[in-house]
Design a binder for this molecule. Structure first.
Ligand code: NAP
Length: 251
């Protein structure tokens, strides 16, 4: 059974790896045996150190996914350092909170660039290595707002709707080459991304009341889902959006 989930010898790229969900998923993948290229706009020093403690290779690079030139930088760094790409976790993401009526073009473009355009082009670049080897796992980080409209975050909702559709579109084209393209839709998780919500007593109470598990999620809560989607255990799962939300969508 362990062999189904074993990632020994696998090479992963995780974006947004310095903190939050990217940190938790990187540790989970390393615990399962993977070596990891850690990508973020800041150094992923703590993540790298924890991975080394686990006896795996972790290598941090700085790349700004707002710049399209970062795509080649990320892929070339992974190939130079590790020689191949088995797993890509498109996790980096940003959010801008403003009423739709006042929302600016700048906030729209920045969110769409990092949350969905970079996801597509990083997947495309990684798939060029994966398709050659007829094997690869791409895991996109979607959101409950891939399904719901959200409040005050129109570009975020649009970008995460796009993540779900990109996941399905790529699965349709690349499953035949032995690739699996799936997504994880986290619920309300305690990270920097949700700091403003958790500090708002009204919204924070409303959110907590709706979560059947009666708690916010943590980065550790994504470890099982990401290892499953990165491993042999999910070889016949494609184009799926795996919700990890303490039951939120069921209510
Ligand atoms: P987070 O703590 O803010 O982490 C996001 C990471 O992405 C940060 O390390 C951030 O760096 C990095 N990043 C931001 N802009 C970047 C850029 N231009 N280039 C490279 N890296 C960049 O947020 P999180 O909650 O862990 O979110 C991770 C993913 O999960 C995101 O896609 C988010 O939309 C999604 N998600 C989160 C939740 C939640 O409840 N937290 C729910 C559903 C989905 P800086 O810290 O330096 O900005």
């Amino acid at each position: 059974m362990n062999k189904l989930f074993d990632l020994t010898g696998k090479v992963a790229i995780v974006t947004g790896a310095s903190t939050g969900l990217g940190y938790g998923m990187s540790i989970g993948l390393a615990e399962a045996g993977a070596d990891i290229l850690l990508v973020d706009i800041v150094p992923s020093t703590e993540t790298e150190q924890e991975i080394l403690k686990l006896g795996r290779k972790g290598f941090s690079i700085i790349a700004d996914l707002a710049q399209m030139s970062s795509i080649d930088l990320v892929i070339n760094s992974a190939l130079d350092k590790f020689g191949k790409i088995d797993i890509l976790v498109n996790n980096a993401g940003i959010i801008r909170r403003t009423p739709a009526i006042d929302f600016t073009e700048k906030d729209w473009d920045e969110v769409m660039q990092i949350n969905s355009k970079a996801v597509f082009f990083l997947s495309q670049a990684a798939a060029k290595d994966m398709i050659k080897r007829k094997s690869g796992k791409i895991i996109n980080i979607a959101s409950l707002l891939s399904f719901q409209g959200g409040i005050l975050v129109p570009s975020y909702s649009a970008s995460k709707g796009a993540v779900a559709q990109i996941t399905k579109a790529l699965a349709n084209e690349w499953a035949k080459y032995g690739l699996n393209i799936n997504a994880i839709a986290p619920g309300y998780m305690a990270t920097n991304n949700t700091k403003a919500l958790r500090e708002d007593p009204v919204r924070s109470k409303q959110i907590l009341e709706r979560i059947p598990a009666e708690r916010w999620g943590t980065p550790d809560d994504l470890k099982g889902a990401v290892v499953f989607l990165a491993s042999k255990a999910s070889d016949y799962v494609n184009g799926h959006i795996l919700v990890v939300d303490g039951g939120w969508l069921a209510r």
